[in-house]
Design a protein around this ligand. Structure first.
Ligand SMILES: C[S@@+](CC[C@H](N)C(=O)[O-])C[C@H]1O[C@@H](n2cnc3c(N)ncnc32)[C@H](O)[C@@H]1O
Ligand code: SF4
Length: 378
């Protein structure tokens, strides 16, 4: 079982928080599509014999492509790899691209799951993030997708925004619940270097939300969604009726995946590979038949660290048995010694040999992971 990620590196405008690789120059779009098809065909010997269980179009903005272009990419993949008939095929979509006509065509394509970047239903929030849509368009995009017949829809929300009150966030979550979607991803705002928000923060133009307020937002989100029937299965992800993101769940379970397009990552259980994060260099490498990627073979320490980072994020947690059977004993010893302080402080619980984050732990998971990682002193 394996997954495929396709990075579509185009956005009509750039949002103030986002550091995903993207370009607003659409002139190279035809060359990009040619190179992408070539990349898919040229890597046919990777993950041989594995069935593809998920395909994920991320970006950038996949919904800037025509539906025929999306279908063409899926057909190319199916001509090279063995794609399961039940494969989950997700496409990230921006609300302003989702017209009834576009959605109608998309429903007739192989795409069977949508991840809609609503981010907020509050016009002030959306404007401050430099989104291209307003709250009404966010609601309409979801209801049009439902009318078109999509029954596996995820929406994205961002909280911890500068000046976002608890009341405004509660209103957002209530609107999200009322949409009757199957999946919600709610991310705490991260300030990435190189983004407009990062510069505003450095210049004092905006202030980070106090930790207590964003923790209140997180607690409210978790309890409201759980009351509404969602399962909190990963730090930022909630699903109804077991409709997890198959693709992302496979990342957290460290299954193999192939990533195509600029900045896309691949993993074959032993090696990590990342394509160059530049559309120009990606295209030049194809023209000159040169590699456009770098690779790293994972040491036992890297594999342990990956296991901690990915498993601790989920409700399935870290298994003592897995640590013992997959790594040298020093890793389990290190893990148990470091975990103890977080058990005492009620950030971690142990149930039948499985370590899981508590609500308090989920909120400061980055700090906890840092302590649990194994860094050899040089
Ligand atoms: C690849 S991005 C965007 C997909 C699509 N282009 C869109 O904007 O709707 C996936 C999601 O990551 C989240 N995200 C991106 N940057 C973030 C940041 N700095 N902090 C929190 N969430 C972020 C947003 O919710 C976004 O929808
Ligand atoms: S959030 Fe989406 S639309 Fe905005 S810049 Fe990032 S990838 Fe592009």
């Amino acid at each position: 079982m394996a997954g495929i990620y396709i990075h579509i590196p185009f956005c009509k405008t750039k949002c103030h928080y986002c550091d995903f690789y993207k370009s607003t120059d659409f002139a190279s779009r035809p060359d990009f599509l040619t190179a992408l098809h070539l990349e898919i065909a040229s890597r046919k010997n990777e993950i041989l014999g594995e069935e593809i269980e998920s395909i994920y179009f991320g970006g950038g903005t996949p919904s800037v492509l025509k539906v025929a272009e999306i279908s063409g990419i899926v057909e190319r993949i199916a001509s090279v790899y063995s794609v399961s008939p039940q494969a989950e095929i997700t496409m990230e979509c921006n609300p302003d691209d989702l017209t009834a006509d576009y959605l109608g065509e998309l429903k007739a394509s192989p795409v069977n799951r949508l991840s809609i970047g609503t981010q907020s239903f509050n016009d002030r929030d959306l404007k401050s993030m430099n989104r291209r849509h307003n709250g009404k368009q966010a609601v309409n995009a979801v209801s049009e997708a439902q009318k078109a017949g999509f029954s596996n829809i995820s929406i994205d929300l961002i909280y911890g925004l500068p000046q976002q009150t608890l009341e405004a966030w509660i209103d957002n979550v209530e609107q999200a619940i009322a949409l009757n979607v199957q999946h919600i991803s709610a991310y705490h705002l991260t300030y990435h270097e190189g983004t407009v928000f990062y510069d505003y923060l450095k210049n004092g133009k905006i202030k980070e939300l106090p930790d207590e307020l964003s923790f209140d937002q997180f607690k409210w989100l978790k309890s409201a969604l759980e009351k509404a029937g969602f399962e909190h299965y990963e730090i930022s992800n909630f699903a109804c009726n077991g409709l997890y993101s198959k693709h992302n769940k496979a990342y957290w379970e460290r299954k193999a995946y192939l990533g195509f397009g600029p900045s896309a990552h691949s993993f074959d259980l032993k090696t990590r590979r990342w394509n160059v994060s530049s559309l120009r260099n990606y295209l030049e490498a194809f023209e000159q038949r040169k590699p456009n990627w770098e690779t790293e073979v994972l040491s036992q320490q890297d594999q342990y660290n990956d296991y901690v980072i990915t498993s601790l994020r989920t409700q399935w947690g870290i298994s003592d048995h897995y640590l013992l059977t997959n790594f040298e004993p020093r890793f389990e010893k290190h893990f148990k010694a470091e975990a103890q302080q977080f058990i005492t402080s009620n950030h971690l619980v142990v149930e039948e040999g499985t370590y899981k984050l508590t609500t308090e732990g989920l909120f400061i998971s980055d700090r906890i992971m840092e302590q649990l990682l194994f860094i050899e002193e040089s």
